[in-house]
Design a protein around this ligand. Sequence first.
Ligand code: MN
Length: 307
Amino acid sequence: MEYSDASFTVDLVHEERGLAFDIFPSRNTTVGHTLVRRALPKRQRRTISQWCFADHFGPIELPPGEAAMEVGPHPHIGIQTVTWLLEGKIIHRDSLGYEQLISPGQLNLMTAGFGVAHSEESPAKAGQKLHGIQLWIAQPNSTRNGEPTFEHHSGLPQTNFDNATATVLIGNYGNTTSPSDNDGKIVGAEISFAIGESILELKSGFEYGIIVLEGQAIIGTKVVAPGMLLYLGKGRNELPVYAPQPSTMMLLGGEPFEEPVLMWWNFVARTQSEITEAYQAWQGRDTRFGKVESGLTRIEAPKPYWL
Ligand code: MN
C-alpha cells in the first residue's frame, strides 16, 4: 500500500468511528533563556488521563557563563513530576535530601504527595545544551496525601517494533514495563523513529496524547511537530505513524481519570481550601515542605486570587 493511501484510510477510520483527533498548539513562554512549549494543560484539554502538565523545553545551547536552567526551591502537592532529557544535564535537589544529576535516557520521578520542595538547575555555567520535557502526573485520592518520595532510574527498558524504539518511563508499553513506581493505569513512553512507518500498539480503554520532541510524525494526513499536542482520546488498538525523518515523541496515556483536578501554581488538589492551606504553609515556611539545600533563591508563592 502506498503511504498516501494508508494515511487517507487512517483519516477515514478516525471520522467513521468518531475517534478524537485534535491538534492543539502549545503555549510558548521563556524561562530564563530557554523556550518552553506548554502542551498541557490547555483550556480545551486540561488532562490526558492523570497527565496534567507538560512543558517541552529547548533545545538550547548557551555560551559559557549562562545557565540554561535555574529554578529555585519551590513546593508541590498532589503530583508526581517526571523529568526526561534528550540533551544536557540537570541537578535536582529536594527537601527529602536527595541531590541527583540527571542525564539523557534517565528518569527522575518525584512523588509530592502531601508536600515536597525541590530545585532544578544546570550543573555548571559552561556552554550547556539543554533539551527535555517535564511532565506532571495527578495523584489519585488514594495516594495524594501520602508521603513524598524520590526515584532516579539510570536506565529504562526498551522495546523495538517496526522502525521504532520505545523507552518505557511509566507503566508498560507492549510487553515492557518500567521499574518506576506506578499502578499500571497510565503509560508514558519516549518513542524514537527511524524514517518509515511504524504501528503504535494502543489499549482501547486508554486515552492518549502525543507530543513530538524532535522531527515530525505524520499521522493520517496530519503533520505533528514540536509545539503541538495531539489528543487521541480512547478507542484505538493501534495507530500508524510515518516518520519522514528521524523523530522522537512522547506517548502519554492512561485510563480516563474521573477525579476533579484543581491546579493552581505548583499545587494540584481538589479544592481551593486545600490549595490555600498549601500556600499558607509554603509562605509560612512550615515544616510541611521541608528545606532544600540549594544556592538558588526560594520562589515565593503568588497569592491565590480567591484570598
Ligand atoms: Mn517543580
